[in-house]
Write a protein that binds this ligand. Structure first.
Ligand code: ADP
Ligand code: MG
Length: 262
């Protein structure tokens, strides 16, 4: 579905990403992990066609992503950014309705199928009863769910989520991850999600990509990515992946290392 070929991205000649090659197959749930500043957000923007690589290319369904018209791309790919800017004065419904933009007709009026998509997205994140509330009056978690509903209303085949659980309390983190997992399993939406919590990454994603200082250090199953050596190299921590019998797996962190080498 998605392929990056030797993607390099520079800002004022400074490399942010270097030689990143990867593929994402339809139906996958890919987790993107790595320390702050590794380039996760930048990589997701490039993969979503929201920014252009300095060198290399990104193909979506076999086509260079930059050649896909914005409207067609927005029907296929949605992106939930890390910092959802609070659009002052908009209602929750207005925010979610923005997800219908790539489907609107010439005059931009909402049609019956748009309203259906909006309502079903609001229902999926349990915000139907808050549709008329102002977005800036919501809690962080509710707001996050509103922006996820906007992405759902877009009815994408591929959904990018940039640290969607970052501002949520533990209960809402679990609920949100379950919602995303259901989207993937039940509706077949392909997911690429940046996430800091390594244990949740293991429990939620079918495959992991590990970024360190702009390079892809490893990709594959959690066993291949969360080795003590790679945890040291990427994050500067001592840790390991444990799979206790009859319990959910977790990444156990036991300390830091003095030098990061990744
Ligand atoms: P992550 O999401 O993994 O924390 P980012 O993709 O946000 O990492 O950033 C990767 C690196 O690129 C960081 O060192 C960051 O400072 C730098 N960077 C990101 N955006 C810009 C920008 N607009 N101008 C300069 N540097 C940037
Ligand atoms: Mg980021």
């Amino acid at each position: 579905m998605l392929e990056a070929r030797a993607v390099t991205y520079e800002i004022r000649k400074k490399p942010i990403l270097e030689g990143v090659s990867l593929t994402v197959a339809a139906g996958e749930f890919v987790g993107l992990v790595g320390p702050n500043g590794a380039g996760k957000s930048t990589l997701m923007r490039l993969l979503a066609g929201l920014a252009e690589p300095t060198r290399g290319e990104v193909l979506f369904e076999g086509r260079p992503i930059g050649q896909i018209p914005d409207r067609a791309r927005a029907r296929a790919i949605a992106f939930v950014p890390q910092n959802t800017h609070v659009a002052f004065g908009f209602s929750v419904y207005d925010i979610v309705a923005m997800g219908r933009y790539p489907y609107r007709g010439r005059f931009g009026a909402l049609e019956a199928r748009d309203r259906e998509a909006i309502e079903s997205a609001l229902a999926a994140v349990e915000l139907l009863s808050m549709a008329d509330r102002r977005i800036h009056e919501l809690s962080g978690g509710e707001r996050q769910r509103a922006f996820i509903a906007r992405a759902l209303a877009q009815q994408p085949r591929l959904l990018f989520l940039d640290e969607p659980t970052a501002n949520l309390d533990v209960r809402h983190q679990i609920e949100l991850l379950e919602l995303i997992r259901a989207l993937n399993k039940e509706r077949g939406v392909t997911i690429v999600m940046a996430i800091h919590d390594l244990t949740w990454a293991v429990r939620t994603c079918s495959r992991l990509l590990l970024l360190g200082r702009g390079r892809l250090l490893a990709q594959g199953a959690p066993e291949a990515v969360f080795t003590p050596e790679l945890l040291r190299r990427a994050f500067g921590v001592e840790g390991r992946l444990v799979r206790p019998p009859e319990e959910a797996p977790r990444v156990e962190l036991t300390g830091t290392v003095r030098e990061r080498s990744g």
